[in-house]
Design a protein around this ligand. Structure first.
Ligand code: SAM
Length: 232
């Protein structure tokens, strides 16, 4: 239901730090018009559009959700950007081996089968290519009832601490795993999200939005995020 809320409201920059953090991260990457970038779980395509417009990079955005795919395609048409948008799952995706210099996953891996998705990402990256992932973390283990509440609401199969993410990256053979911890809490976001509303929005999705904010407040300080950068 949480992902339905995001897609029907067409929330862009639906990751901690929003597009502002995305821009900061990419300032430190070497990207140009020859770079192949895959934006996994691209949502409405805000990051994909930015990378194509700012760097002229060859960008593919992929999302599982058909509503997101349609909204991302609309964005590329509106801004006349040559970004390829495809529907697919990062757990098993229809793209060739060793194609991408960079794969970005902004608040996506938390929602999928993580080992399977990481294996796919590793396969899709060129040798020396980089995965950039901005993902939900928990700063300390909570009681199982509390963790269950978070997992059920967001539809997660697990909720990981920073060290658990690192273990997963290592298991897939990623190297040079770096973690960026930001001082800003998950609730602070100085990039205003944009919305692309669907014509019909089920009334219960408004409640989902409210519950999402309630959970963010309830678990403030515990529910957190990290940006991980690692190399194939
Ligand atoms: C929290 S949203 C983030 C969207 C976008 N990255 C952003 O920052 O605005 C998570 C996105 O992951 C997509 N997603 C979920 N499971 C996926 C999968 N198996 N493969 C690809 N995308 C998936 C959802 O449809 C949704 O668009």
């Amino acid at each position: 239901m949480y992902l339905d809320f995001l897609s029907k409201f067409g929330v862009s920059g639906a990751h901690p730090g929003g597009i502002k953090l995305t821009k900061q991260i990419f300032e430190n990457e070497r990207i140009n018009k020859f770079s192949h970038i895959l934006d996994v779980g691209c949502g409405t395509g805000q990051t994909s559009a930015y990378l194509a417009a700012r760097y002229g990079a060859k960008v593919t955005g992929m999302d599982f959700n058909p509503i997101m795919v349609e909204k991302a395609k609309n964005r590329m048409t509106k801004y006349q950007l040559p970004v390829e948008i495809i529907q697919g799952s990062i757990e098993k995706c229809p793209l060739p081996d060793s194609k991408y210099d960079i794969i970005i996953a902004e608040s996506v891996l938390s929602f999928v089968n993580k080992p399977r998705a990481l294996k796919e990402i590793f396969r899709l990256l060129k040798y020396d290519g980089r995965l950039i992932a901005n993902e939900l973390t928990i700063n300390r283990r909570l009681g199982s009832n509390y963790e269950e509440e978070i997992k059920q609401f967001y539809g997660l199969d697990s909720i990981l601490m920073e060290k658990d993410w690192i273990t997963l990256f290592e298991q897939v053979d990623f190297k040079n795993i770096k973690t960026f911890l930001r001082k800003q809490s998950i609730l602070q976001n100085d990039s205003l999200p944009e919305f692309q509303y669907s014509e019909y929005i089920e009334p219960e999705l408004y409640k989902i939005m409210q519950q999402h904010f309630n959970l963010m407040v309830k678990y403030q300080g515990t529910l957190d995020y990290r940006v991980f950068i690692c190399t194939k």
